[in-house]
Write a protein that binds this ligand. Sequence first.
Ligand code: PMP
Length: 315
Amino acid sequence: MAVNADYVWMDGEIVPWADARIHVASDALLRGANVFEGERAYWSEPHQQLYMFRHAEHMHRLRQSARVMRMSIPYTDEEITEGCIELLRRNGWRDSVHFRPVVYFGEGEGHAYLPEDIRTGVFVLALHRPSKPTLFTGIRSCVSTWRRNPDAASPSRVKAAANYHNARLAQVEASMNGFGTPIMLNIAGKVSESPGSCFMMVRGGTVITPPVTADILESITRETLIQLMRDELRLTVVERDIDRSELYICDEAWFCGSGHEVQPIIEIDHYPLGDGKPGPIGKAVQSLYFEVVRGQHEQYRHWLTPVYPAAKSAA
Ligand code: PMP
């Protein structure tokens, strides 16, 4: 299957992939000025349906990111949602899809800089994205030498493209050193998150994850897993600062995010975790997550937005 989509939703219209262009004078290009969401839609074979996962929560976070940037989004949530649905339908997917609604500052006159002087545009980009095989084998991680953006400079809570310059430095360094996804510490030296996902670890049966004030993105997957772990798996979950040295003595760890899903970590800075394989708690969390996103748990169906018309759904 082709990786690129046939179509893109751009400022209210579905356009062919090749025609989805913006001007080189756009602030999104010159200064990385955009905010966006990274969402997934999952195919359910029994329901013959593609479900967007927690789309309303993504729309809410997109508005929060835009608010901090003083961007006003020229479309309603309903219009963007319709755009996402139409785009996924037109591309005809029946598999895992990753899609990004993006709100960007376009071009203004001359050296225009303030939000009111620049055009604000929206597009939705979608790509076929199956789960990675490493979800089942685990990855080797490291602590990055780069620190996560502090809230006082470039808030990680805002899902802004510019924050991903910081993420890129960390990911490229880790890859060049032969590791998978790295763990970033914040300026205070506490564990923050990865370049594109949040971090969770297990010590003595308790799941521990950094608080939302640790310079992390307020991850929707993190919140989903905390709820599922407490309510369904009856696990104790604690949100607190994590020291670097705890990484080397924890029993299990994983990254979580819409794109990364639930990615087990089997080694950090060459310290094997547990028996060096994905651990039992992480595996249980991962299986439950995959069941929920595919509509196998009735009580969480309100988190799913069907993409195809109801006639194609068994629900
Ligand atoms: N942190 C960062 C930096 C991310 O880019 C992402 C992916 N959006 C996450 C965490 C996970 O967030 P979510 O679960 O909402 O996808």
